[in-house]
Design a protein around this ligand. Structure first.
Ligand code: GLC
Length: 718
């Protein structure tokens, strides 16, 4: 919550404002610099000069934002400065791994640092506000926007939401911090069929236990703004959903920032079948708590009439304007509207060495080693490599979706091929095929260099446009002729290392049976080529763990680790395996589970011990385990604590992540890791929406993945 210290100034300014000027503050338009939605109204400059706009997005650059700011400050009656917003999701010009990738580092300090760095770069080009972090929990890799979040787990997603808000916002009075915008409120990731913008319908217990906590965590960290989701929730479009924005966000959680809609989301309430026309949509949205209209022109064109008709109260308008002005005061824009438009900072900060170094580190830590047989990895420098695949010599897709201005200076982007060249690897390169479409004419050259090599590295995956917004897939296999190319290379008998670039979990069941090693690099960003080479050659021992489940095939979706047990679980010795909850054609288990990731070394876990088996309201339990690095490489291990609430007043997940620690162990080294378990960690919303921990039995285990047996029991007693 923003602790406003400008209330009297806000009151004074508000008292001077006409109705039109107040309405102007609730309007945001995109500049023509970047297109992030279906429509563009090119008259935004006129609207600025007429005081009809309070914020502009997709405009960047110290000079350009200064030019637009001058229009607002010097050409309008009250000179109220504009807010400049942009989707700085994983970097502005120095692009870090996509958020899903970064979440697989489980490194909260790193994720705060990359958000901080993104803020440093984007404030140097005049931006005050980023439309991030996206905190939507998603259990469906068909949904392309799984790439923008922190995966499937609520506990981890909440911690990541906090550090990203902290990284972006820092102390708002500094001129190198930005307003965060927590999105998309709420439950956008639960779209039916994984189809973007599709319907969301769930119980309030599911909403409160799974999808809302990351938003609350972001708010507790002081998030200044929230963005509405496109989807409907239980029959009411989020953008017009009083339960979300009035009852929960403002009344229950005490939010006092402002809410911006998603792109033309108000207009879309007509298509939803919830509003008769745009004016009705504007009344429903504004009265439900959507303070600012992104790109829709609905508040600009209809709010005045709605107020004259008494459909919108002036008091509600004053509230929204107050919340918007508060953020402009917090940013210091009334003291100096140009304090973010500093061309010298732009030159010095953008793509600095320190930022590029961080980008390489973040990419290294986000990479997940999924398979490594026959000691395929790390590659010995003496080996002759055949580097094959449509993403091996790529500088476009490697940044992933929402790459802001990352493409505006390709000198900094390092492809895998350039990463190999930088390490003076002895390799031949052949593209082999396109990502999607194309033909097989490149197969022969690829096979030829494979035959002449010791090891084949195949860099394959999705185009960046195949994940992110409006990019759902019903088939999550490698696209195009990529599998056929792998099959051809397989015939040469050479060891194959498959490096994947993707924005989602793919169906890798066939690849898992076909190649020797699989490295998930996601879209690793500006320095991805260096980071991938660092991992393949053992310069960095991969430490990433999956924050999203990889299914055996798309038919298993939704599949996630913290599922319910059902009354006929298939994973117990069952007298008649027929009548249990299972598929006839595939095992219930995923291909790669949540929390899973390999290292070049091995870690041995000792027995877990508890200092007591009774938890009370005022006590804690310490769960301890020793871990030894039993392999040949120093490495990091993400030690995870999972707890099961055996019986609840509503059924409880078979396990839940309740703690983790990322530790570094030299080879041969042993460390003890302790987890302190408190009652608060075990609370959940019951059917009466009470947030409680219920007395009873619990089980736990500590391991390097969610796929493990329970080892210890304890009980909670009132
Ligand atoms: C898009 C996205 C949202 C983004 C906004 C502005 O439609 O849904 O995440 O912040 O529009 O570009």
């Amino acid at each position: 919550m923003i602790q406003g210290s400008h209330e009297s100034k806000i009151d004074t300014l508000l008292s001077k404002m006409t109705l039109d000027e107040k309405i102007g503050q609730t309007v945001m338009y995109s500049s023509g610099m970047d297109i992030t939605g279906p429509v563009l109204d090119k008259n935004y400059k006129n609207y600025i000069k007429n005081g009809q706009v309070g914020a502009v997005f997709n405009a960047t650059g110290a000079a350009y934002t200064r030019k637009l700011q001058k229009m607002a400050v010097e050409e309008t009656r009250l000179g109220i400065p504009l807010l400049f917003g942009y989707d700085v999701i994983h970097g502005y010009k120095t692009i870090f791994p996509i958020p899903l990738a970064e979440s697989c580092s489980w490194d909260l300090g790193l994720m705060e640092q990359t958000a901080r760095t993104a803020a440093l770069e984007c404030t140097a080009v005049g931006l005050h506000w980023t439309f991030a972090p996206m905190v939507d929990i998603s259990r469906d890799p068909r949904w392309g926007r799984v790439s923008e979040g922190a995966g499937e787990d609520t506990y981890l997603g909440s911690l990541i939401a906090k550090v990203r808000v902290k990284g972006f916002q820092g102390n708002l009075s500094d001129n190198n911090t930005v307003l965060a915008c927590v999105k998309h409120f709420a439950a956008y990731g639960a779209a039916q069929g994984g189809r973007d913008y599709h319907t969301v319908d769930m119980s309030e217990t599911m909403l409160r236990n799974v999808y809302l906590p990351p938003f609350k965590a972001a708010l507790d960290e002081g998030a200044a703004t929230f963005m509405t989701a496109f989807n409907e929730l239980n029959g009411i479009p989020a953008t017009g959903n009083k339960f979300l924005f009035e009852d929960i966000l403002r009344k229950e959680w005490g939010f006092n920032g402002f809410v911006v809609t998603d792109y033309t989301a108000i207009n879309e309430m007509v298509a939803h079948g919830y509003a008769r026309d745009l004016k009705h949509a504007g009344e429903l949205a504004f009265n439900a708590g959507s303070d600012m209209d992104m790109q829709g022109g609905v508040y600009k064109n209809h709010m005045k009439q709605s107020i004259e008709e008494g459909k919108i109260e002036v008091e509600r308008l004053d509230e929204a304007v107050r919340d918007i002005l508060r953020m402009k005061f917090e940013l210091g824009l009334f003291d100096d509207p140009y304090r973010y438009c500093d061309e010298t900072k732009e030159e010095k900060l953008i793509l600095s060495k320190a930022h590029l170094k961080l980008a390489r580190e973040a990419a290294r830590k986000s990479i997940v080693l999924l398979k490594n047989e026959n000691k395929a990895l790390p590659i010995d420098n003496s080996k002759k490599i055949a580097l094959i695949g449509p993403l091996a010599d790529d500088q476009d897709h490697i940044l992933g979706s929402w790459a802001a201005h990352g493409h505006k200076n390709t000198d900094a982007i390092v492809s895998v091929k350039e990463g190999f060249e930088a390490r003076a690897i002895n390799f031949e390169y052949a593209k082999g095929c396109d990502i999607i479409g194309g033909d097989k004419s490149g197969f022969n050259k690829a096979k030829a260099i494979a035959k002449a090599s010791d090891v084949v590295v195949m860099v394959m995956g999705e185009a960046e446009s195949m994940s992110g917004e409006a990019a759902s897939r019903t088939n999550i296999n490698l696209p195009g002729h990529q599998q056929a190319l792998i099959a051809e290379i397989k015939k040469t008998g050479k060891p194959i290392i498959l490096v994947l670039m993707s924005g989602r979990p793919l169906d890798l069941s066939w690849e898992n049976e076909t190649v020797d090693a699989i490295v998930e690099a996601w879209f690793p960003g500006t320095r991805g080529g260096h980071a991938i080479a660092d991992v393949l050659y053992g310069v960095y021992n991969p430490s990433g763990k999956l924050t999203v489940t990889f299914p055996r095939n798309v038919g298993q979706i939704p599949i996630f680790y913290n599922q319910k047990n059902t009354g006929r679980p298939a994973d117990v010795e069952n007298p008649d395996p027929r009548y249990v909850s299972k598929y006839l054609d595939v095992d219930n288990s995923p291909l790669y589970p949540f929390g899973y990731g390999l290292s070049y070394t091995t870690f041995k876990y000792g027995d877990t011990t508890l200092d007591t088996n009774i938890l009370t309201l005022n006590s804690t339990i310490t769960a301890s385990v020793t871990i030894t690095n039993t392999g040949d490489y120093d490495g990091e291990e993400i030690v995870q604590l999972y707890i099961k609430d055996v019986v609840g007043s509503i059924t409880r997940p078979v396990k839940e992540l309740k703690g983790f620690q990322k530790i570094f162990l030299k080879k041969g080294e042993t460390k003890q890791v302790d987890f302190i378990i408190k009652v608060n960690d075990l609370k959940f919303y019951n059917h009466q929406m009470e947030f409680n921990c219920e007395p009873g039995d619990y089980e736990l285990f500590i391991a390097g993945s969610s796929n493990h047996k329970f080892t210890n029991k304890f009980s909670f007693e009132l």
